[in-house]
Design a binder for this molecule. Structure first.
Ligand SMILES: Cc1cc2nc3c(=O)[nH]c(=O)nc-3n(C[C@H](O)[C@H](O)[C@H](O)COP(=O)(O)O)c2cc1C
Length: 185
């Protein structure tokens, strides 16, 4: 069955390296019949979670804050796969992506037992640094996050060695992203 994929793009650089990975990944997904909904989070108004624990009352719009998350919740609910796409910022996700991720908790609150809906996950990340030591903090976080959520890992790419926007173009990571996209459907 072809999969519905939601891409949460945490990079503010619309033609940046993360975006390059997303484009190739998307091409791969679509080539095998999957569909992709991409959200460029930096272009959206998404506030940080208030930690009020009073969400989950309204299925359409489960958070008490009303902002552009209202566009993301329906896509999240129907997605089979969630792609965390981000530049590496201080060995973690960008703020744009982290805010969005925290706000998805309102959907978990819809369930009386706080069970998070089951998904597959992908990590697409661009970074300046390279090597195991540079990648380890994010990979550990990603692994712990998926363990906590109970999601399946469909693959992670940390494309190191790229500082300037677009520098990733023509690198082997683009092909890797394309192949990963093809493999998840
Ligand atoms: C605020 C900031 C923090 C960064 N932190 C890291 C870092 O911890 N490790 C790293 O390898 N690169 C770091 N970088 C470099 C970016 O990850 C790199 O330039 C990446 O290619 C940007 O992706 P983009 O083109 O999608 O924005 C940082 C860049 C910025 C602006």
């Amino acid at each position: 069955m072809s999969k519905k994929v939601m891409v949460l793009n945490g990079s503010p650089r619309i033609n940046g390296n993360t975006s390059g990975l997303i484009c190739e990944f998307t091409r791969g997904v679509e080539q095998v019949g999957g569909s992709v909904k991409r959200f460029d989070l930096d272009r959206m108004k998404i506030h940080g979670c208030k930690g009020c624990l009073t969400g989950g009352r309204n299925r359409e719009n489960p958070c008490v804050q009303k902002d552009d998350m209202t566009l993301i919740y329906p896509a999240y609910c129907e997605a089979d796969v969630v792609v965390f796409a981000s530049p590496m910022y201080y060995w973690g996700f960008s703020g744009q992506l982290k805010c969005t991720l925290d706000r998805l908790f309102a959907v978990t609150e819809l369930d009386p037992e706080w069970r998070t809906p089951h998904k597959g996950a992908v990590l697409l990340m661009a970074a300046e640094g390279t090597g195991r030591e540079n990648d380890a903090p994010v990979l550990n976080y990603y692994k712990s996050l998926l363990g906590f959520l109970g999601w399946d890992d469909f693959g992670a790419i940390i494309a190191g060695g790229f500082l300037n926007a677009g520098a990733i173009s023509g690198s082997p990571f683009m092909q890797e992203a394309f192949e990963l996209g093809k493999s998840i459907c």
